[in-house]
Design a protein around this ligand. Structure first.
Ligand code: ZN
Length: 271
């Protein structure tokens, strides 16, 4: 409407439409493979993300972080799909269908290219302060939307430090993982934890959860940050109880036929 109104002359409009027609094939999202004949099928939709990665910006303000996520800043270009302000304002910077640059070298379970299979959410927080209630309320609404719309298993909500334990420590120990778990997001241990049996292997449990053991010290720091809010590198009795409990939850989810997921599958969903 805006363009037509301002280029009302018929010849200009014709020229504009012609330009749009020429541009349309170029704007096609899916590049075709020159090795094959294009014989299109209408039976497809966009690929779905499988994981949500939560970050804190470590910035001073929403506006500062927005600029960092939209420009070629000092440390190289970075982005995320969403940025949530302290007041609960949600900005979307990258389409859900596209690959944002928020967890470049991370791994989680068998996933080796986290950016290709995840949605990245940045929280405006300097890393040394609690997260505000409006911000977490907004995050919970966004997680409900993303996990429902893309059928991402609700347990598959992790922190940046979980997927990049060597280099990252966000979100900080202030992040309310327990509150997220009360809404079904992420993995969280039960209140009453039984003692881990003799022979229990905590590292096997960490791998089962998705952690990499490439640098065990870094992985223990990430685990402690997530589940204890500190950066300890030695597993104590409580850690063993937590890991044994979480391992049991994963096995129970798997035997229920929906590995790592508490999402209900929709009826008549395309394959
Ligand atoms: Zn991060």
């Amino acid at each position: 409407m805006f363009l037509i109104k301002h280029f009302a002359h018929p010849r200009v409009v014709t020229g504009l439409l012609g330009t749009l027609l020429v541009l349309t094939p170029v704007a096609c999202r899916s590049p075709r493979n020159s090795l094959a004949e294009w014989m299109p099928s209408p039976n497809f939709n966009a690929r779905r993300p499988q994981l949500v990665v939560i970050h804190h910006t470590a910035g001073a303000s929403f506006e500062y972080s927005l600029k960092q996520l939209k420009t070629h800043n000092d440390g190289g270009p970075v982005s995320a799909h969403y940025l949530i302000g302290r007041n609960g304002r949600i900005a979307q910077l990258v389409s859900d269908d596209d690959r944002a640059w928020h967890a470049g070298t991370g791994t989680w379970g068998a996933y080796r290219d986290i950016n290709s299979i995840s949605i990245g959410i940045e929280l405006d927080n300097n890393g040394a302060e609690p997260f505000s209630s409006p911000q977490i309320d907004a995050l919970l609404i966004l997680l409900e939307d993303l996990t429902s719309r893309f059928r991402i298993p609700r347990t598959q909500v992790v922190g940046h430090a979980d997927v990049e334990p060597v280099f990252k420590a966000d979100p900080s120990g202030f992040f309310p993982w327990k509150r997220l778990a009360e809404h079904g997001f992420g993995l969280w241990p039960d209140e009453n934890l039984q003692e881990a049996p003799a022979g229990f292997d905590p590292f096997q449990a960490l791998v089962l959860m998705g952690y990499s053991l490439k640098d065990k010290g870094a992985t223990l720091r990430a685990f402690r940050l997530h589940y204890r809010g500190d950066r300890g590198t030695v597993l104590d009795e409580m850690d063993l109880r937590i890991l044994f409990n979480l391992q049991g939850k994963i096995y129970r989810n798997a035997s229920a036929g929906d590995p790592l997921s508490s999402v209900q599958k929709g009826k008549n969903e395309p394959h």
